[in-house]
Design a protein around this ligand. Structure first.
Ligand SMILES: Nc1ncnc2c1ncn2[C@@H]1O[C@H](COP(=O)(O)OP(=O)(O)OP(=O)(O)O)[C@@H](O)[C@H]1O
Length: 367
């Protein structure tokens, strides 16, 4: 079964939404809400990543979709059915947690069958269903093993089978890879992505890792301070961050103050020229001084500062430029060297500061 590779919906041709969030707010206490009147449509059969710094409200949003957290105001629809006030077990969602949260004393089979046991399904039926799911995730031959006798990857597959046994329409994943070592994390994220396509389900995955979200998502939702800053496919969010926050959070961009406002330019789209060969001052260039030179293998990362700014051991570079190893080999730069930074007008895009009114507009939620 192949999943439709639908990404973010457009205003002109709205795809059926697996999840639609309307003016959703969560207020734990007086003061600023943890989630502040957000709107979002997540296309059916897509892989959606909720991304943002610690405390931005992404886990609260996921828990409200799961029914593990009450809603202060607003609505959550699953395939046009209002699930806002339904108990977790009746929503059509299932949750996969950090480090998989398998019961250590139960076999893989009994872990997968557990929620059917809680529902009172008889033993033969629930074991047959669990066995069938374990076969689907290529774990049928290890059904009798306990979690401690399985590798991290095998545990992930058991956790996936356990989440799928209730036949959810939407699988919710809360930092599912963060407890794994970096090597396994990369393997497992590729596996998650394959399972999502194969099963044709909608996955909503919370992460604080830009790299993980870019690798997995059809649609990225970048959150900050309880608001949605940007929604879109990874290449769009990375190449056209619409706010200073997104540009800085995604990384790989310089934020430059110009008389016309702040602009973002990718670090690999900026040019560096020795000051002696610099063009006349213009709207698309500026003087700078090299403050760091870092060899990174295929490229060299130059750190730069505006001229005249004092440097200390703890100050960080204001701008970065990626220079290919070959270019740097042909013309190396030294710390302290005056240069000119420049960019093509087409490489620059203007950045805004998100206001609550902008974030609340449905257009923002549709990307
Ligand atoms: N049960 C709670 N009671 C009170 N405040 C809470 C509760 N859960 C979360 N918060 C607050 O709500 C805000 C959003 O928290 P949330 O856990 O959704 O953020 P997050 O983006 O998932 O962060 P992290 O990546 O650190 O898990 C934070 O300021 C947090 O302190």
């Amino acid at each position: 079964m192949q999943a439709p590779n639908t990404s973010v919906t457009s205003l002109a041709t709205p795809a059926p939404a697996a999840i639609e969030i309307i003016s959703l707010t969560k207020r734990y206490a007086q003061g600023k809400p943890a989630v502040d009147s957000i709107n979002l449509r997540i296309a059916s059969g897509s892989y959606c990543c909720l991304l943002g710094p610690s405390g931005c409200g992404k886990s609260t949003t996921l828990r409200m979709i799961a029914g593990h957290e009450s809603v202060t105001s607003g609505d959550i629809l699953l395939e046009n059915r209002n699930i806002t006030d339904l108990p977790a077990a009746e929503r059509g969602t299932a949750m996969m947690f950090q480090s998989f949260a398998l019961f250590p004393h139960l076999s893989a089979l009994d872990n997968v069958a557990f929620s059917l046991k809680m529902k009172g399904v008889d033993k033969a039926k629930r074991q047959a269903a669990a066995k069938d799911l374990l076969e689907r995730v290529a774990m049928g031959h290890l059904a009798e093993r306990k979690p401690a006798e399985l590798s991290g990857g095998q545990q992930q597959r058991v956790a996936l089978a356990r989440a799928l046994i209730t036949q959810p329409r939407v699988l919710l994943l809360d930092e599912p890879l963060s407890a794994l070592d970096p090597f396994l994390r990369i393997q497992m994220r590729a596996e998650l992505r394959r399972w999502q396509k194969e099963l044709g389900l909608t996955f909503i995955h919370v992460t604080h890792s830009q790299e993980e979200a870019m690798a997995l998502a059809d649609t990225m939702v970048v959150m900050n301070h309880g608001l949605i800053e940007q929604v879109g496919p990874p290449h769009e969010v990375y190449n056209r961050p619409n706010s200073e926050f997104v540009a800085r959070f995604m990384g790989g961009h310089n934020v430059i103050d110009t008389p016309a406002g702040k602009i973002g330019v990718r670090t690999d789209h900026m040019l560096v020229t020795p000051a002696a060969e610099a063009a006349a001052d213009g709207p698309h260039n500026m003087p700078a001084v090299v403050t760091d030179v870092e060899y990174q293998g295929t490229y060299v990362l130059l750190g730069l500062q505006k001229p005249g700014k004092a440097q200390t051991a703890s100050s960080t570079a204001e701008f970065s430029v990626m220079v290919s190893e070959a270019q740097f080999g042909a013309r190396p730069y030294q710390v302290g060297e005056p240069v000119q930074l420049s960019w093509a007008p087409t490489a620059a895009h203007s950045l805004t500061t998100l206001t609550k009114a902008m974030a609340a507009s449905p257009a923002a939620a549709m990307a």
